[in-house]
Structure formats: structure tokens, C-alpha cells
Design a protein around this ligand. Structure first.
Ligand code: KIV
Length: 272
């Protein structure tokens, strides 16, 4: 039985690598509590992310910057209770991984108190030592590159990343260096389709995309965007699956099916 069709076995990084090898796209969504995590789990979502997007969609902030470690551990613990199959990944919030030792202590909290199986952090070459330290201590890492929402005040706006030659080259370099440092998964946010395709071809890791086109090994969206209940503007790469579905479980299943068969993302959700 394939890792994708077996709904009773816990998803691990090994299952995700197998899916990549077999060219089976895997499905990811965010959740922040036990009720939605259970629903995603029962709908066959392979990876649940307790994203620091909770700062915007749950807490009502304008950015993810105010989210704290305590917030993340709390929501991670809630989501963990709802899961029996999906892999649980938790975001490390802004400034919780500024040094290798601080990163390790905070990753330990997310795994030991929150029940996360992997942590996600935003960064590239500059976070090489952090990723190496986490990985060397047995902490699985998802490295988030491209648009990094925690750096919004530094970047001055939410924009597609890697459109210029020099920034595309830097992103290709970041992907390789993070793989070498021991990252287990890459996540690309708001990256032109061709660059994302090149990155996927250059690394062995499973690559999750959000606004990064159809060539990624998996797709992720924020749950509230999928359900059409996002407070404020909705990013172009998102799709409201509730519009065509009669219920929340039907919308989640429609998203999962669209990702697996490759009908999401469509061209209108992608960037040149
Ligand atoms: O915080 C989050 O939900 C994320 C996703 C948008 C990938 O990082």
C-alpha cells in the first residue's frame, strides 16, 4: 500500500521522501487547534502546519511578528491532540532562533511540550549554522525561503521574491546550502514558477510550495484562505475551496484532491 493511500500509518519524513520519489504530490494545510487538526487528519491531509500565520488569522494582528514561543507551544499542543496520521510541523516564531542554542532550546519546547515532529524556520544562508545545529541534535527542520513574512518590516512589503537575476541566484544558493546544513524539507513562498522548478530540480529534499507554482512536490495554504474566512486581503496564490463545496470537510477534501491531481495551483495562482 502506498504511503499516500494508507490512512492509518503516521506520516514521517520518510513517507514524504517516498511520495516525492514516486512523484505523488503531498498535501499540507495549516491548523491551530484540535478540532480543525482532526478534520484535516480525517480528510487525508499529509502535513499539518501550526503556522505563525495564527498571529494574523487567529489573533487578529497585521503581521506574524507579535507571535511568541508561548503562543506557538500552546497552539501546537492543541493541534497535536487532533492528529493521528498527519505529520505535525510547527513554526519557530520571529526572533526565537537568533542563535544556535536559543534555536535548540525553543525547538525542544515545540517538540517536547507541543508534540511537533518538525520545526519550520524562515531563512537562508544566514541561518545555515542554526539549521546545522538543530539537525545535528536530531531536530527535523523545514527551511522556509522566498517571501519570509517574519521579515516584513525589513522587506517593506509582501512581494514575489527572486524575480531579479541576483535574487534568483541567491535563492538557488540558499536552497543548496540549507540542504547541506541538514534541512529535511524546503518551503518556497511567492517564488516565480520557473525559479521554483529549478530549485526543485536542484535539491533532493521534498519542496512544499505556496505561491510557487505547480512543480513543487507539495502545496500548502492557510486554512482560513481555503475556507474563505480570511480577515483582510487574500493573497493571489490562495483559493477559496468553500465556494464550490457544501461543507468544510468537502472543501478540505476538494483542496486535497486538487493538489494530488495537479489541478491546483492554476496559472492565476502563480507568478512569472
Ligand atoms: O505561518 C504559516 O502559516 C506559513 C505558511 C503560509 C506556509 O508559514
Amino acid at each position: 500500500m502506498s504511503a499516500q493511500s494508507d490512512h492509518s500509518t503516521r506520516i514521517t519524513i520518510t513517507s514524504l521522501r517516498e511520495m516525492k520519489q514516486k512523484k505523488q504530490r503531498f498535501t499540507c494545510l495549516t491548523a491551530y487547534d484540535a478540532a480543525f487538526a482532526r478534520l484535516l487528519d480525517q480528510s487525508g491531509i499529509d502535513l499539518v502546519l501550526v503556522g505563525d500565520s495564527l498571529g494574523m488569522v487567529v489573533q487578529g494582528h497585521d503581521t506574524t511578528v507579535p507571535v511568541t514561543m508561548d503562543d506557538m507551544v500552546y497552539h501546537c499542543r492543541l493541534a497535536a491532540r487532533g492528529l493521528s496520521r498527519a505529520m505535525l510541523v510547527a513554526d519557530m516564531p520571529f526572533l526565537s532562533y537568533s542563535t544556535p542554542d536559543q534555536a535548540l532550546a525553543n525547538a525542544a519546547r515545540l517538540m517536547q511540550q507541543g508534540g511537533a515532529q518538525m520545526v519550520k524556520l524562515e531563512g537562508g544562508d544566514a541561518q545555515h549554522d542554526i539549521v546545522k545545529h538543530l539537525s545535528g541534535n536530531g531536530v527535523p527542520v523545514c527551511a522556509h525561503i522566498g517571501l519570509k513574512p517574519q521579515s516584513i518590516h525589513k522587506m517593506g512589503g509582501y512581494r514575489v521574491q527572486g524575480r531579479q537575476k541576483h535574487s534568483a541566484e541567491a535563492m538557488l544558493y540558499d536552497a543548496e546550502i540549507l540542504q547541506k546544513a541538514g534541512a529535511d524539507i524546503l518551503l518556497l513562498e511567492c517564488v516565480p514558477v520557473k525559479l521554483a522548478q529549478e530549485i526543485v530540480g536542484n535539491v533532493d529534499l521534498p519542496v512544499i510550495g505556496i505561491g510557487a507554482g505547480p512543480y513543487c512536490d507539495a502545496q500548502i495554504l492557510v486554512l482560513h484562505d481555503v475556507l474563505g474566512i480570511t480577515p483582510g486581503p487574500v493573497p493571489r496564490f490562495a483559493k477559496n475551496f468553500m465556494e464550490q463545496a457544501g461543507s468544510i470537510p468537502a472543501a478540505i477534501s476538494a483542496y486535497a484532491q486538487a493538489v494530488r491531481e495537479g489541478s491546483f495551483p492554476e496559472a492565476k495562482h502563480c507568478f512569472d
